[in-house]
Design a protein around this ligand. Structure first.
Ligand code: PLZ
Length: 456
């Protein structure tokens, strides 16, 4: 035990929007808490940057030593509306003062219904929809698979190379990458099949051929080795997240959608990382005009509170028998109050449009960096979901060591940046949609300096 005191501090948008370092990162109080944490918390739960946060808001995180860091990660695409937003915090406080839990399966309440109405309205397509709420992204994905299997009477689920869908047993099976997500945790759920993803930067035939060729390979694999009639659903991230912010080659997703329609297969979009304005549309499927049969949501839905959803065609969602879906906490009233406030804020403040315009700023900076750095092999993404892929110059060999060095330098300089990618060689940028443009530029200048200092 140490004597570190972590008195809560008021966060939210009124926190000074500045990078301010008063100690080394992490500072002495953070390190003391980190030592406590190591003695108390299982080491399998990792932390990218062990500063201990006491307040956050807008585009900054403030730690226990008084440092203010620029947030280019949003807690992995969660606090799209900014941390501890005033209206979200007020909605949470009001709901917590009224009631915190009844269990929607026992005695329901309006907040759950209101979130379902918002999801039905905002997800792609104007067909009749229904929603069900859960606690985490993985739980939403599991339920989408349950619904798809029930509605189709089929069992096979098709997922893509580089996919990430969660850490529960079924979602580990759906996730592609072994280390750290799956290694040693098997056996995994059966009836999960993986097909090629259209990864333009790494496609042997080049980025232009990527979409059609990958679709042909995927469809051929389904026809010959799985059997289209056995497939309940094809599950995709419309832009892959943990896999490295891979935007599928043009034509790939529409070809899969057509194939699904032809064979009675459900097309399920996992919009957990891409949703709620992140990519410059409410949902990333919209960039390609895709209308999924089912959509999973989480992360950005509730301003930081745990909430997730499955939204889909009414006939599919209602195919499940009464009592077949649920869970003690799914659609918790406090989380629902946060979600209603979050969604209203995104709409009222035009944050979807802001993600698009600020995304152009971010993209221009990253392309300028790539123009004179032969170790940046690719710049990609949409809106405020962009990334750079680092490679050994003159090749496409991944350079994860440089990514680790760049991230460490950014962290030391007070900028929270995240890695990603099957090969660990991607740096991803996910700032809150409300971040000030100046602060975004300052954060990116720190990234630029870190890249310059590590140039191969
Ligand atoms: N689907 C597309 O991005 C969560 C996971 C980080 P949960 N991504 C961040 C980690 O290392 O655990 C994610 C996602 C997509 C599903 C999930 C799972 O969402 O809320 O983490 O369960």
């Amino acid at each position: 035990m140490t004597d570190v005191i972590t008195t809560p501090t008021v966060g939210g948008p009124t926190l000074p929007q500045e990078r301010r370092l008063v100690t080394a990162i992490p500072g002495p109080r953070s390190l003391a808490l980190h030592a406590r944490r190591q003695a108390a918390v299982a080491s399998g739960v990792s932390s990218t940057l062990p500063i201990q946060v006491v307040a956050a808001g807008g585009g900054v995180l403030v730690d226990v030593d008084g440092n203010s860091l620029i947030d280019l990660g949003s807690g992995i695409a969660v606090v799209n509306v900014g941390n501890a937003d005033t209206e979200v915090a007020a909605a949470v406080a009001a709901q917590a003062a009224a009631f915190t839990h009844t269990c929607f399966m026992i005695t329901p309440y309006e907040g759950y219904v209101a979130v379902a109405e918002h999801l039905n309205r905002l997800t792609p397509g104007d067909h009749e929809k229904r929603s069900a709420l859960f606690n985490s992204g993985a739980e939403a994905v599991e339920n989408a698979v349950k619904i798809a299997r029930h509605a189709t009477g089929r069992s096979a689920v098709v997922v893509l190379d580089h996919a990430y869908h969660g850490r529960t047993n079924l979602t580990m099976a759906l996730t592609a990458k072994s280390m750290p997500y799956k290694a040693g945790f098997g056996p995994f759920a059966p009836e999960v099949y993986r097909v090629p993803m259209a990864y333009p930067y790494r496609w042997p035939g080049g980025p232009d051929a990527c979409g059609p060729e990958a679709a042909t390979q995927a469809i051929d694999h389904i026809r010959t080795e799985i059997g289209a009639d056995n497939v309940a659903a094809i599950l995709v991230e419309p832009i892959q997240g943990e896999g490295g912010f891979i935007v599928p080659g043009e034509g790939y997703l529409p070809a899969l959608v057509d194939f699904c329609r032809e064979h009675g297969i459900l097309f399920v979009a996992d919009e957990i990382q891409t949703g709620f304005g992140r990519t410059g549309h409410w949902f990333a499927s919209e960039h390609e005009g895709i209308v999924p049969d089912l959509v999973t949501t989480a992360k950005g839905i509730a301003g930081g509170l745990p909430l997730a959803g499955v939204t889909g065609r009414a006939a599919l969602m209602d195919a499940v028998h009464v009592g077949g879906l649920g869970g003690t906490y799914g659609g918790n009233p406090v989380a629902c109050a946060a979600a209603v406030a979050t969604i209203e804020l995104i709409e009222r403040d035009g944050l979807v449009e802001r993600a698009a315009t600020l995304g152009d700023v971010l993209r221009a900076r990253l392309e300028a960096l790539a123009a004179d750095d032969p170790g940046i092999g690719d710049v990609r993404g949409r809106g405020l979901m962009q990334a750079i892929e680092l490679v050994v110059p003159g090749s496409t060999s991944p350079d994860p060591a440089r990514v680790r060095a760049v991230l460490a330098a950014c962290h030391a300089a007070g900028v929270v940046t995240l890695g990603a990618g099957t090969y660990g060689n991607v740096i991803r940028f996910l700032p809150p949609l409300v971040i000030g443009e100046d602060l975004l530029h300052e954060g990116l200048t720190v990234v630029a300096d870190a890249l310059a200092a590590t140039r191969p």
